[in-house]
Design a protein around this ligand. Structure first.
Ligand SMILES: CC(C)(COP(=O)(O)OP(=O)(O)OC[C@H]1O[C@@H](n2cnc3c(N)ncnc32)[C@H](O)[C@@H]1OP(=O)(O)O)[C@@H](O)C(=O)NCCC(=O)NCCS
Length: 281
């Protein structure tokens, strides 16, 4: 009998451990994330989602998650595509978007690429650009800066499908993660307003212990004044001072301004992650 995919909206504690085990094994095998950080968090905390599991002789062989009811967003552990799972998903969702990671994933013939995220990397140190006169650089302070940061960042990302509509709960979830560290979260104030921010993260448990520019943004009222360059280089400086020698970030291929900024600082594209759109035929 062939193994078949099982669908479930919640995971028992035992299944959660099996999924985490699979994610961890896949991560050490590939030397990179097995699934998006937000989706991993859903598994860790046991939140509801559409979980898809494939067992072989009692062992969990494959795992995927679909989120969003109207518009399903799918990712499979490891970043690939599974034809059988695709047909199962299309039986439940008229259309769906599926994240694939890296060039190991062949572009499926029945789909369109709707977004490409580029993973970029740079070796540290990178020359730091000074904070301009009249501006103040300081660390994010939990309990004080939440609302101002959400306002600044949502305004900067107003056109972005995921990052432009963060709620307080989205921020709080991340601020309670073990990796959250305000000493790597920089704010730039000008005339009493939050003009820009750069949130960095150190991947402490990765064998290469690299740094990440997690979220960088400049409020639209302050863009085009070199503050993006200031914030990225100041963020990279914080990472360097934490002993990190490589930094990475994700950027939309269509974000020409940001790409130019990163390229001018020495970042190079090392991987493309693609979002594929499928529709029931
Ligand atoms: C991307 C972003 C951080 C750049 O900040 P900024 O303060 O506007 O950019 P800067 O003035 O520091 O520009 C630095 C360099 O970026 C590039 N750049 C910035 N905006 C650009 C644009 N619209 N078109 C082309 N190049 C651009 C240029 O190379 C520029 O250097 P130059 O002025 O010497 O030519 C800002 O536009 C932003 O917050 N965007 C929305 C959020 C976002 O996309 N964040 C990045 C996600 S990965």
């Amino acid at each position: 009998m062939t193994d078949s995919w099982q669908r479930s909206h919640s995971l028992t504690p035992e299944r959660r451990l099996e999924v985490l085990n699979l994610l961890n094994r896949t991560e050490s095998l590939l030397g990179r994330e097995a699934i998006d950080e937000g989706r991993r968090r859903i598994v860790v905390h046991g939140w509801r989602a559409e979980h898809w599991l494939l067992y072989h002789e009692g062992l969990l062989l494959k795992y995927a998650m679909s989120t969003g009811a109207e518009h399903a967003m799918v990712e499979m552990c490891g970043g690939g595509i599974d034809e059988d799972l695709l047909q199962n998903l299309l039986a439940h969702h008229e259309s769906l978007d599926w994240w694939t990671r890296g060039s190991m994933v062949p572009v499926h013939s029945q789909c369109q690429v709707v977004r490409t995220l580029q993973l970029m990397q740079v070796a540290l140190p990178v020359d730091t650009v000074d904070v301009p006169p009249g501006a103040t650089l300081r660390n994010y302070e939990p309990g004080r800066d939440e609302d101002a940061w959400l306002e600044q960042n949502n305004a900067a990302f107003a056109d972005h499908p995921e990052q432009g509509a963060w709620l307080r709960s989205d921020l709080d979830e991340r601020a309670s993660e073990p990796w959250f560290d305000p000493s790597g979260f920089l704010l730039l104030e000008i005339d009493g307003r939050l003009a820009a921010s750069c949130w960095t993260k150190v991947h402490e448990l990765h064998p290469d212990r690299f740094g990440e520019i997690y979220i960088i943004s400049v409020h639209p009222d302050f863009q085009g004044r070199n503050l993006g360059r200031v914030m990225v280089t100041q963020g990279l400086d914080v990472l360097r001072k934490k002993g990190v020698s490589t930094a990475m970030l994700f950027v939309e291929q269509s974000n020409v301004g940001a790409l130019k900024l990163y390229e001018s600082l020495g970042f190079k594209v090392v991987r493309d992650d693609r979002l594929l759109h499928f529709h029931r035929s």
